[in-house]
Every structure is written in structure tokens, then in C-alpha cells.
Design a protein around this ligand. Structure first.
Ligand SMILES: Cc1ncc(COP(=O)(O)O)c(C=O)c1O
Length: 313
């Protein structure tokens, strides 16, 4: 027998004990057992719209965006739209001063319809169709991340004006997440391997295309990455490749995008991503590596997806 069986008036209070890490910031329970998000009673919401129903806590999303911007001053925060996108979300990302990582013509179209500036969009994807590219060009996409060698000629041929590109490089770092979510190792389908020479070949091909401007490198270790040290390791390897590009091709690339994947708790008791630890160590690692190699420090980008919205929906 539990305490709430003995004292029925305690039942709602005990039943509503929440793991704050799993619920949006504005979640409140009442002594009558109501569960409120943003002041809205979730039972009422379910009664009105049926279930499942997706409710978004805008306050929660805004404070997560602000936490990233405050923790990482000078670092571009590109919200990974695949985590959740609608026009309101694109407007919110814009208002919070974020860039937007998009990976299909559909995502570009939603963001553009919301007035999100194309110049702050970054187009990803390992299967970019001509339609995806044309939609992105029509929106004035700022940067395209090249994922494979054969994309280079296609992007160059379709680009209406000189197009800025980054190269997605495989850093060969195992982030220790679920195998199905791992994208920083050699044995997966994304990016250009340094080890096989594909990444260097991509640099050579992009530099040979006047339609393209190579502005930087990108990597993404996977999702639900918990260990900051794996980002440090990836940063070191990316800086080493930046230095190689400098030595072999005589170019200094001004941008380094370290992707997303910052873990969020999905079950009670799981820790949140150590954003403060990331902010303390990753930019410093890049700066130290660049100094040691005699290179200017590139502007960093990070691409959190679920870390900005997972708890908010
Ligand atoms: C290139 C890239 N950036 C960022 C993300 C966002 O990942 P997450 O939602 O785990 O932060 C993804 C997710 O697949 C991705 O592929």
C-alpha cells in the first residue's frame, strides 16, 4: 500500500511528479492533477483535438536557442530542421538569430514560405535531387554541403551564380552512440573519407570549378552523442585536415561546421548534453590546433536539432 492509497488527497500530487529534464520548461502540475504546458491544460487539448496531438512550447524552444547562443558566442547556431519544421518554427529560428540546416527541397520551401532568409540556409543531404537543388537555388541558399564526389559537377552545373560550398568530411571518430545513429566513422553512407583520399579529391574538384567557392569543412558524428570528448577528437581531426588543405592546395578555409547530435534525455534520469563542457573545450581545441598549424581560426558552426526542440513538443 502506498502513501497515496492511504491519503487520497495526495494522489494527484504524487502522480504528477515530473522529471524536469523530460518536460518543456513551462510544464506545471496543479494540486487537482492537471498537467499544464504554457498554461494550457493538456487534457483539454487532447479532448479538443484528439490524440496524438503535437503541442509546441515556444518558451522552451526560445530559451534553448538562447542558451546555445549564450554558451557559444561567435559560433553560428544552425537549427537542424529535420528535428521539427513548420513555418512557425522557421520564423522562430529566424527571430532567435539562428541559421537553418535543411536537407530537402521541401524543407527549403517551408522555410522560404516563412520568410527565412535563404542566405542563412545550409543545404545538406546525401541524395540531393536536381529538384532539391533548384528549390535551394531559387531560395538563394547560402551554403551547400557536398556529401559525395559526384555531386560536385551537378551543383556546379545547376548553380545560377557562384555557390558557396562546404565539404562533409568523415572524421573517423566513433561517437559511442547507437550504431544506427553513428555517422562519423568510415563504414557508413555519409561524407568524404580522408583515409581513402576522397576528401582531398573533393577539394581538388571544387577548386577547379569557377562556379563554386569552397568556404569550409563539415562533419557530423551522429545523433544522441553524449561525450564531449568525441567532439574534441573530431575537432582535432578536422583541424588537421584543414591544415592539409592549406599545405596541399594553398587555401585557408574560413568555416568549420561540427554538425549536431547533442544528446537529449528520452527516459527518466538520463542526463542532458553537457553544453557548457562542449563550449569550454571544443572552440578552444580548434583555436589551439589552428594556432599550432599557423592558420587563422575558422568561424565555427554547430547544428543542434533535437537539442533545441525535443523536450518542447
Ligand atoms: C548533418 C546533420 N546535422 C545535424 C543533425 C541534427 O542531429 P540532432 O537532432 O541529433 O542534433 C543531423 C541529424 O541527422 C544531421 O544529419
Amino acid at each position: 500500500m502506498t502513501l497515496s492509497d492511504l491519503i487520497p488527497s495526495l494522489r494527484p500530487t504524487l502522480a504528477c511528479r515530473l522529471d524536469r529534464g523530460l518536460w518543456p520548461e513551462t510544464t506545471r502540475t496543479t494540486c487537482t492533477g492537471q498537467l499544464l504546458v504554457g498554461g494550457v491544460d493538456l487534457a483539454e487539448l487532447a479532448g479538443r483535438f484528439g490524440t496524438p496531438v503535437l503541442a509546441v512550447d515556444v518558451t522552451d524552444i526560445r530559451s534553448r536557442c538562447r542558451a546555445y547562443r549564450a554558451a557559444l558566442p561567435g559560433v553560428e547556431i544552425a537549427y537542424a530542421a529535420k528535428a521539427f519544421l513548420c513555418r512557425a518554427m522557421a520564423r522562430l529560428a529566424d527571430q532567435e538569430g539562428l541559421a537553418l540546416d535543411v536537407c530537402s527541397g521541401g524543407e527549403v520551401a517551408v522555410a522560404a514560405a516563412a520568410g527565412f532568409p535563404g542566405a542563412r540556409m545550409v543545404l545538406h543531404g546525401n541524395v540531393k535531387t536536381d529538384e532539391d537543388l533548384k528549390t535551394a537555388f531559387a531560395a538563394g541558399v547560402g551554403r551547400i554541403v557536398v556529401d559525395a564526389l559526384d555531386e560536385i559537377a551537378t551543383i556546379a552545373a545547376l548553380a545560377p551564380t557562384r555557390q558557396r560550398v562546404l565539404l562533409r568530411v568523415v572524421p573517423a571518430v566513433d561517437a559511442g552512440t547507437h550504431a544506427g545513429l553513428t555517422t562519423g566513422t568510415e563504414d557508413q553512407k555519409f561524407g568524404l573519407s580522408v583515409a581513402t583520399g576522397a576528401a582531398a579529391e573533393a577539394v581538388r574538384r571544387v577548386l577547379a570549378r569557377p562556379e563554386l567557392e569552397l568556404v569550409g569543412l563539415h562533419c557530423h558524428l551522429g545523433s544522441q552523442v553524449r561525450h564531449v570528448r568525441t567532439y574534441v577528437e573530431a575537432a582535432e581531426r578536422m583541424v588537421a585536415f584543414l591544415a592539409q588543405v592549406g599545405r596541399e592546395y594553398g587555401v585557408r578555409l574560413p568555416e568549420l561546421d561540427l554538425g549536431g547530435g547533442h544528446a537529449v534525455p528520452y527516459a527518466e534520469g538520463e542526463p542532458a548534453f553537457d553544453l557548457a563542457g562542449f563550449a569550454r573545450s571544443v572552440p578552444a581545441t580548434v583555436a589551439a590546433g589552428c594556432r599550432a598549424a599557423g592558420m587563422p581560426v575558422p568561424r565555427l558552426t554547430v547544428e543542434p536539432g533535437r537539442a533545441l526542440v525535443a523536450r518542447a513538443g
